[in-house]
Ligand binder design. Structure first.
Ligand code: UN1
Length: 496
């Protein structure tokens, strides 16, 4: 029940001896574990260890580094069920989803391991005779990785596995709501044979551990997933110090349903997109944009389905929706529902905490649907991060795309239509990093780039080969075998 930090290959407590508790959000009586409440001193030790380890790790051939990641994937697969159960206990989402989250880590391990034998650079002709030109990827150094609680396995692996394959070393701060999954991941990497100091784990809060990690002069790169507010602060600091920073931030994702769509399919997609993970995904569907002709039919069907969703402990296989992560999130959801009502939106179902029966001892909130939402209302503009969806009506296709794009965020998006022309125009015109056609806004696969435009990030992408551009530096190499000084752009080699 008592867990530790992992620094330089050893499990150690915080120097102060301080600890924090991790409780099950579906059942406050269940203590999941006790973790060291760390601070700048532990960050410092971890960064020193990572810096020392970098000297050797960067020289290990990439295919060999990748073999360790592959083994970590095998171990995650072996322990998938225990890891998923721990995850449901510490953050509440239902067991099918925590299995999926763990599977996403496994997929990422296999994919990143393959990159150990690719990580292609370019060879290209030189403009001068007897000269060779190529580009290679090089590691950056110590990476500070700060990850959220909603995908406590998948998201850290998106960052850590490619970072390690690229030859970097890591100091990892998992969200303080999901420290156990952080332990499960780091334990797996250690068991897979990662040398001491290459991965380090420090538990604690954003201000206690996150800030000193971002600000540590020996941390060369910060990778952060979380709120746009925190992301902006991190980016400001990294801007001042010219530190490399990769940010995955908020979303206000919309699903469009056109009048020609398969309505049952679109309702099913919306239900999964809006209420899967209790709406706590950066890719969650938080706006549904309906063509006016199918509005009534869609809404009636959606509301009927939402009312049937079963809330409870995610370990119960009959439960559809787990709790919110903590009290603060529940208060935030409640305050947005009040804002929606004040703004004049029509509450169709939900709109209050669930406090009876299976929900007595957890941070549960009823799945909530607002209709008659206007596109500029706060509930249609601000990220709520919970089981609340806003339904907006569109006059036609052009109006629907413009409503979707009327957002400061641009992560995920979806359109349900059977008209191929509309689908392709939507793919071209939607301002988002991810567009689904006839699928919900959630469900990204790990071998494609993940990330968004506008306030969702700073132009970086995780997953796919795109993530290599975050975790490696390009070096261009010129080899002159002419035996004389040749001057690029000056020597004019004439073809006679
Ligand atoms: C997130 O939304 O916070 O695309 C991550 C998905 C998952 C990852 C989601 N594969 O829904």
């Amino acid at each position: 029940m008592e867990y530790k930090n992992f620094i330089n290959g050893k499990w150690v407590g915080a120097r102060s001896g301080e600890k924090f508790e991790n409780r099950n959000p579906a059942d406050w009586d269940e203590l999941v574990g006790v973790f060291p409440k760390s601070g700048a001193a532990e960050v410092d030790e971890a960064v020193e260890a990572a810096e020392q380890a970098f000297r050797r790790w960067r020289l290990v051939p990439a295919p060999k580094r990748a073999e360790i990641i592959y083994r970590a994937g095998e171990l995650l697969r072996k322990h998938k069920e225990e890891i998923a159960r721990d995850m449901t206990r510490e953050m509440g989402k239902v067991i099918q989803e925590t299995r999926g989250d763990t599977q996403e880590g496994i997929d990422t391990a296999y994919y990143a391991a393959g990159e150990g034998r690719r990580m292609f650079g370019e060879t290209t002709p030189a403009e001068l005779p007897d000269k060779f030109a190529m580009s290679v990827r090089q590691p950056i150094g110590v990476c500070g990785i700060i990850s959220p609680w909603n995908f406590p396995m998948a998201i850290p692996t998106w960052k850590i596995f490619p970072a390690l394959v690229c030859g970097n070393t890591v100091v990892f701060k998992p969200a303080s709501d999901t420290p156990l999954t952080g332990v499960n991941l780091v334990r797996t990497l250690a068991e897979a044979g990662l040398p001491a100091g290459v991965i380090n784990l420090v538990h604690g809060t954003g201000s206690g551990v996150g800030n000193p990690l971002v600000q540590h002069p020996k941390v060369r790169l910060v990778s952060f997933t979380g709120s746009s507010r925190a992301g902006r602060q991190i980016a400001e600091f990294c801007g001042k110090t010219l530190k490399r920073v990769s940010l995955e931030l908020g979303g206000k994702n919309a699903q469009i349903v056109m009048e020609d769509a398969d309505i049952d399919l679109a309702v099913e997609g919306a239900l999964w997109g809006a209420f899967g993970t209790t709406g706590q995904r950066c890719t969650a569907t938080s706006r549904i944009v309906l063509h006016e002709k199918i509005r009534e039919e869609f809404l009636a069907s959606l509301v009927a389905r939402v009312k049937k969703l079963r809330l409870g402990n995610g370990l119960d296989p009959n439960v559809d929706v787990g709790p919110l992560i903590n009290e603060g999130q529940r208060e935030q959801i409640q305050s947005y529902v009040e804002i929606g009502l004040k703004e004049g939106a029509k509450l169709m179902t939900g709109g209050k905490p669930c406090e009876q029966g299976d929900c007595k001892k957890g941070w549960f909130y009823e799945p909530t649907v607002f209709a008659e939402v206007e596109q500029n209302m706060r509930i249609a503009q601000e990220e709520i991060f919970g089981p609340v969806v806003s339904v907006i009506t569109a006059r036609d296709f052009t109006d629907a795309i413009s409503i979707l794009n009327n957002s400061s965020y641009g992560l995920s998006s979806s359109i349900y239509t059977n008209d191929v022309r509309r689908a392709l125009v939507a793919i071209r015109d939607i301002e988002a990093g991810i567009t689904y056609v006839n699928g919900p806004t959630i469900g990204a696969e790990v071998h494609l780039p993940f990330g968004g435009v506008k306030d969702t990030g700073n132009g970086h992408r995780e997953s796919g080969t795109a993530v290599l551009d975050v975790f490696s530096e390009w070096k261009s190499v010129y080899i002159d075998y002419s035996g004389k000084l040749q001057k690029a752009q000056i020597d004019d080699v004439r073809v006679e």
